[in-house]
Design a binder for this molecule. Structure first.
Ligand code: FES
Length: 86
C-alpha cells in the first residue's frame, strides 16, 4: 500500500527504512524519500515508527516482567530460633 503518494513510497519501503535504522521521520525521509513533499503522510510514518518501537520494546518488557516474577518466587529468608542457637 502506498503511504506517501507524493514520492510514491509504500509502507513496505518505509518499514525497510525503519529496519535499516531510521528512528524518526527525518531519517525515514532520508532513507526512502517518504514524507519529503506535502507532509500528508507524516502521521502514518509516525505510526509505523511507533509500531516498530513498540515491537522492539515488547520483548524487553516481557523479559523484565519474567525477571520480576522470578524474584517474587524466591522465598524470603526464614530465620528460626534453632538456626540462631547453633
Ligand atoms: S504524501 Fe508523503 S509527502 Fe505528500
Amino acid at each position: 500500500m502506498y503511504v506517501c503518494h507524493c514520492e510514491v513510497v509504500s509502507d513496505r519501503s518505509i518499514c525497510d527504512a525503519i529496519a535499516a535504522g531510521a528512528r524518526d521521520l527525518e531519517e525515514v525521509t532520508a532513507l526512502c524519500g517518504a514524507g519529503a513533499a506535502c507532509s500528508g503522510c507524516h502521521a502514518t510514518i509516525e505510526e509505523l515508527l511507533d509500531d516498530a518501537a513498540a515491537a522492539v520494546r515488547a520483548p524487553q518488557l516481557v523479559r523484565k516482567r519474567q525477571a520480576l516474577r522470578r524474584q517474587e518466587r524466591v522465598p524470603a529468608p526464614v530465620f528460626s530460633a534453632s538456626a540462631a542457637a547453633s
